[in-house]
Design a protein around this ligand. Structure first.
Ligand code: SF4
Length: 361
């Protein structure tokens, strides 16, 4: 027998995967709720990290912001701080923005269809489908990396998951398979099956409920499916941080503009296109001036921070000042002194936290 397009296949695939789910699912807190706020939080957090790492974030968010109203009323800095370490801070800002809309414009009630949910900041097709299928029982399929993998392997779909055609095909396929009476369980089943059984490397084909009919297994195509040809262009950036230390405090500034770290705090930054030594950076007027007021300057080891589209190589120069130079325009740079307790509480990129942990805390 082979999985093909027919109604019996729909029953067969859906039933088998849901049976597998009922016997193998991990017991996770967001699996026992239909509360859209809880589901939304879990989905947004899990887009950033694996379940084990995401769980403490989920619990912390609910502890700090038990309802959408609490999240809406929170200061952005608190939200960023709770999100710290997950990366892609625009997601945390959108979470906050959307909480405000739901709390103030919608009386705290989440929209009851995926189409309405899609209009909210930061909610894409995946999150909208996850919230609405689980909270409202809407028959709409969730399509994430796990779903692409499972469907492409089981049904032998070779279309590029990054192409429009491929996306259409996978969404169409998933929406054909989803049963009208259990959309919530079906969606969670496919995602869980992809996450723990039909994994990217070493899928457990020997113990698989789809094993006999699975296209990838029969044709030994597990390593070639799904097809993803779009290559991400990675940009290399070199950050030289000047960490100004004075009177047991450090100077930091809030990042402005539209970058991914907007709203987070870091040090005075000199960015260059290449790997350089300290002396090469002395063309920077602030660093040059600081040098004359310092007792000594410590150089850190290089830190590598990998993001999807960029690799950042950072070095930190801690400048220990014996006197604060009055004429240096720290205010214009947005720099201010923070003591140890304040430093702990500021929202920071993970790169900065790693350096502070290694050097100061
Ligand atoms: S047989 Fe292997 S490749 Fe096919 S669905 Fe099962 S685990 Fe995945």
């Amino acid at each position: 027998m082979k999985f093909e397009e027919s109604s019996s296949v729909k029953t067969s695939f859906s039933e088998r995967i849901m049976l597998w789910y009922s016997q193998n699912k991990r017991d996770l807190p967001w699996r026992n709720t239909k509360n859209p706020y809880h589901i939304w939080l879990s989905e947004v957090i899990l887009q950033q990290t694996r379940v084990n790492q995401g769980l403490p974030y989920y619990e912390r968010f609910l502890e700090l912001f038990p309802t959408v109203h609490h999240l809406a009323k929170a200061d952005e800095r608190e939200v960023l701080r709770a999100w710290q370490g997950l990366g892609y801070y625009s997601r945390a800002r959108n979470l906050h923005k959307t909480a405000k809309i739901i709390s103030t414009d919608m009386g705290g009630r989440f929209p009851d269809t995926s189409l309405k949910l899609l209009k909210l900041p930061g909610i894409g097709p995946y999150t909208a489908a996850a919230i609405s299928s689980i909270a409202n029982g809407e028959q709409v399929a969730v399509v994430d990396g796990n779903v692409f993998r499972v469907l492409s392997r089981v049904f032998g779909i070779h279309d590029d998951i990054g192409s429009n055609k491929g996306q259409k095909l996978f969404y169409g396929k998933a929406n054909k398979l989803i049963p009208h009476d259990r959309p919530d369980i079906f969606n969670q089943s496919v995602m869980e099956f992809g996450a723990v059984h039909c994994t990217p490397k070493n899928p457990d084909c020997g113990n698989c409920p789809m094993g006999v009919e699975c296209y990838a297994r029969i044709n030994q195509q597990q390593d070639n499916l799904p097809v993803k040809s779009k290559k991400v262009k990675v940009r290399q950036r070199f950050f030289y941080y000047v960490c100004i230390s004075y009177n047991n405090s450090l100077m930091m500034k809030e990042r402005k503009g539209s970058g991914i770290w907007r709203g987070l705090f870091d040090f005075y930054l000199i960015e260059r296109n290449e790997q350089l030594e300290f002396n090469d950076l002395l063309d920077d007027p602030i660093l040059k001036r600081l040098e004359t007021y310092s007792d000594h300057i410590e150089e850190s080891k290089p830190y590598k921070h990998i993001l999807t589209h960029q690799h950042i190589i950072a070095k930190f120069y801690t400048v220990h000042l014996h006197q604060m130079p009055k004429e240096t325009d720290f205010v214009r740079e947005g720099l201010a002194l923070y003591n140890a307790q304040e430093l702990i509480e500021l929202p920071k990129p993970v790169l900065i936290s790693a350096y502070l942990k290694d050097s100061f805390f």
